[in-house]
Every structure is written in C-alpha cells, then in structure tokens.
Design a protein around this ligand. Structure first.
Ligand SMILES: [Zn+2]
Length: 306
C-alpha cells in the first residue's frame, strides 16, 4: 500500500483509487442481530462481533472502513432506548474500526446515516433538533479519531446540508456526502426519493464544503447505474468520487431480505467505475467480505494495467 501517513483521505484517494468496505447491517443480521433492533448498541454490548466483521473487510483488502454508527445519532439511539450512550457508542465505533486494521494504515470513516424522520414542514423534526443530533455525533466521531465523516444514504439536501455543516463544525479532516438514488419507474434516469439528481447534489456538496461526493445504496442502482452516476458526478464537479452500490435488488425469501448479486457478477463493474474516475469503490447492502476481496483483485489488476 502506498498510502502516505497523515495524508487526508480526499488527497490519498486522488493519488490512487482506494477500496472501501462492504455492508454492515446485513452482516450484523448474519451475526445474530435481530431485524429492527439496534446494531450500533453492539459497539458496546458485542464489540467482538462488530470487530470480526470489520476485520474480515480489512483482511479482504479494504483501505477504508466505515464505523458501525449509521444509526448513532441521538434521535436514532433514543428511538432504540439508548439516549445515554451516544458518545460511548460513537467512540467505540471508531475504536473498533481502527482495531480492525490490526496496525495497518487505513482510513476510519465515521458514519452518520439519516436521522430517520422528516424535517418540518413534511415531518415533525425541527432543523435545530436534527442539527444538534448531527453535531453531537460528528463531534464524538472526530474526538475518537475518525479520519473522515460520511453523511450517507441521504435523499434531501436539507438533511445532507445539516450533516456536512456538523462535520465541518466538528473539524473533520475529510467530509463525504453520499446520496441514495432510485432508478425511475421508466428506467430512464435516477434521482433521490426527494427528487434530487446527481448534478444538483454535486453542486450543493461542493458549495457546502464537502471534500468527496458519493453515492450508496438506493433502489435499482446496480453497477451500470452506479457507473452512470459517477460519470454525471465527474461532469458536474472536480471533487473526488466515492461509490458504494448494493449487491443487487433486495428480495424477500422466507421472510428474510436477501441481496443476491454475487461477487463474480458485481466485480465486472469495478474496472469501468475506476476508468470513469471513481476514487473510492466499496459496496452497500448485501455485500460481503467476498465481494470486497473480489473488488480488491479487480482494482489491483486495473492499477497494474494502467
Ligand atoms: Zn445500502
């Protein structure tokens, strides 16, 4: 690995494409977490299981690992009955991800997911409440030593803006904004649930001071659609691009949500993403350490050919 120590993530990713990690939520379920219960609480209650998952990603070759703090804001943790553990859960999340690298140099990306509701006037959360929750979470992640903050699976610019602002306030070295796009019914394009297209998102993130523009998750956003999103981001902005698609579409099998795109299927999309200028490539829901290992090989082969 040629990562220069202490280089910020957004600079390292420009110098050489980096490998992200794979899913956390679906891996936690495989490790015994019940659907709908609080995966972030495992940072305190079952750190061994969280570490085991992240260590498999590190061993598969991930250069960047997201902390297990997707639902680690006060609003989400209060909903799950853990309002007193916000700081501890986020701190432990950073420590576990760091430990997963086992001494190897890697980037710990502090993960902030959606607060799980709607802002006024559509819902009943005030901007002040959401801002405070994001500021608190971002501060805890940065204080624990996160190299970057990602505001991910975002669909509205209002919420994304509050997250980026919180990360800035916390002094994050690298700020990543990541949108979840849905392919439209006629299949002609994709935008977020709130109607935001990639060009608008890229322009907004640049204005707000993000260092990396990203996409993750979404509906119907397979590797070819992720490629189209990267191309649109590249045309709209000069910031580095991160991409983390799901392992296919979720299907309900025996009352369980299953993602069935195999590493062999997904890995074909890696070289085209890199050729289009993606700077960090990982995967979202349903992906596994096997997917990431296949991505590592494809990325290394691509870099050797270059
Ligand atoms: Zn996802």
């Amino acid at each position: 690995m040629t990562i220069i120590p202490d280089q910020p993530l957004h600079e390292a990713a420009l110098a050489r494409p980096l490998l992200g990690d794979g899913a956390m939520g679906t891996q936690l379920m495989l490790a015994g977490l019940e659907q709908g219960s609080c995966g972030e609480a495992w940072n305190l209650a079952r750190p061994d299981r969280v570490l085991a998952i992240q260590r498999r990603y590190a061993e598969a070759g991930s250069d960047c690992i997201l902390t297990n703090t997707f639902g680690g804001s006060r609003i989400m943790l209060t909903r799950h009955g853990h309002p007193d553990d916000v700081a501890a859960i986020n701190r432990a999340g950073v420590e576990i991800a760091r430990q997963a690298f086992n001494g190897r140099r890697g980037f710990v990306i502090g993960d902030i997911g959606p607060f799980g509701g709607l802002l006024e006037p559509y819902g009943d959360f005030t901007e002040t409440q959401v801002r405070a929750a994001f500021v608190e979470q971002a501060a805890a992640l940065v204080a624990a030593g996160a190299d970057a903050i990602i505001i991910e699976t975002q669909t509205s610019l209002e919420e994304l803006g509050l997250g980026i602002c919180a990360a800035r306030e916390a002094g994050a070295r690298t700020i990543i904004g990541s949108m979840a796009y849905d392919v439209t019914l006629d299949g002609s394009t994709f935008r977020t649930m709130m109607g935001i297209d990639p060009e608008r998102a890229a322009e907004f993130m640049e204005e707000q001071g993000a260092h990396i523009i990203a996409l993750n998750c979404g509906t119907g956003m397979d590797m070819p659609h992720a490629l189209a999103a990267v191309e649109r981001y590249r045309r709209a902005s000069s910031l580095p691009v991160m991409v983390q698609p799901n392992a296919g579409q979720p299907k309900l099998v025996n009352m369980k949500v299953v993602y069935d795109e195999t590493p062999e299927q997904m890995v074909h999309g890696v070289a085209p993403l890199l050729a289009a200028g993606a700077n960090i490539v990982g995967a979202c829901c349903g992906s596994t350490p096997d997917h990431i290992r296949a991505f590592r090989q494809a990325m290394d082969e691509y870099l050797e050919r270059r």
